[in-house]
Design a protein around this ligand. Structure first.
Ligand code: GRG
Length: 302
């Protein structure tokens, strides 16, 4: 079986870009400052890893039809909100993201906060109003429950809080694991699981996609930690080595660089194994897993 990952990624990315453009209010919509700020960060060169993963999981679980695209885009929009807020002076205080000035540097802090709030809210609205009629009430509610759990009080927000509060303190394995599984892992796991939920797959497939997502999500964050140490970004935030400057709780700080690389590679091998027997349908998921650890050469952190 031959599978051209590059063509697959390019085709899915183009579909996602087109759909995001359709699902977001036009830039000239009143109040313009808000819509400009929302679009500035949504269309600033993200890899679209999460929505492509969502579509791949849906396809590999036997899903068909247009109902997944609004969910995939909602997840990307939520990811964008988290980046805008993460960059704020009260959080990571970053001037650059994907090689461009961060949202608050262009639009000011108040609009950046509100653009993030509006993106989060708009994403939920998108799932309910656009995906809902396609997926049916039960699947839509389950998808919504899954995503909101992943990004909420025991998910991404909690991970971000513990990440911030751990800065400058010696962090153990447990703390790093808490942060990674929630800050980055939870949304990626939910993305993979939602593809299976929306496809109407059985519980075994939903569990299988979640298990795949967990491995990929953790490998994603470990790789991000490694890239920070090695400075191999295709795109810089404000510079490499930021995590250690801020004394962040990271995998390399707890496990060392080489062991972190081994752990990330092991997780990707496990993720590949989980989907290996899906045949052709699993090839996109295997390719996406590989991209997670190879993303320096494929365009860095941009
Ligand atoms: C503000 C509630 C709140 C949460 C913020 C996700 C997050 C929590 C912060 C983002 C900061 C960060 C670098 C997290 C690690 C995860 C990560 C590598 C995000 C970048 O994801 P990519 O590589 O980004 O998919 P692109 O630019 O491709 O969209």
């Amino acid at each position: 079986m031959s599978f051209d990952l590059r063509s697959y990624m390019d085709a899915r990315k183009a579909e996602v870009e087109e759909a995001l453009d359709r699902y977001l209010p036009a830039e000239g919509t009143y109040p313009e400052s808000l819509h400009k700020a929302m679009r500035y960060s949504v269309f600033s060169g993200g890899k679209r890893f999460r929505p492509i993963l969502c579509l791949a999981s849906f396809g590999a679980s036997g899903g068909k039809g247009p109902g997944m695209m609004p969910v995939a885009c909602a997840i990307e929009i939520i990811h964008t909100y988290s980046l805008i807020h993460d960059d704020l002076p009260c959080m990571d205080d970053d001037d650059l993201r994907r090689g461009r000035p961060t949202n608050h540097k262009v639009f000011g802090e108040a609009i950046a906060v509100l653009a993030g709030d509006a993106l989060l809210t708009h994403a939920i609205e998108l799932v309910v109003t656009v995906a809902g009629p396609e997926l049916g009430c039960e699947s839509c509610l389950r998808v919504l429950e899954d995503i909101t759990r992943a990004i909420g009080v025991d998910g991404m927000v909690a991970g971000q809080v513990v990440d911030m509060e751990s800065e400058g303190k010696p962090a153990g394995e447990e703390t790093v694991s808490y942060i990674h599984s929630r800050k980055t892992g939870a949304l990626i796991t939910s993305t993979a699981r939602c593809g299976a939920i929306a496809s109407g797959a059985d519980e075994a497939m939903i569990k299988r996609m979640a298990a795949y997502g967990e491995k990929v999500g953790l490998a994603f964050q470990i790789t991000d930690d490694i890239l920070d140490v090695e400075g191999g970004f295709g795109e810089l935030k404000s510079g490499a080595g930021l995590d250690s400057q801020k004394q962040k709780a990271t995998y390399p700080s707890v496990h060392g660089l080489e062991r972190s690389k081994t752990i990330a590679a092991g997780l990707i091998a496990e993720a590949r194994d989980i989907v290996a027997d899906l045949g052709e349908a699993g090839l996109s998921l295997m390719g996406l897993a590989d991209l997670v650890v190879n993303r320096v050469s494929s365009g860095g952190r941009s």
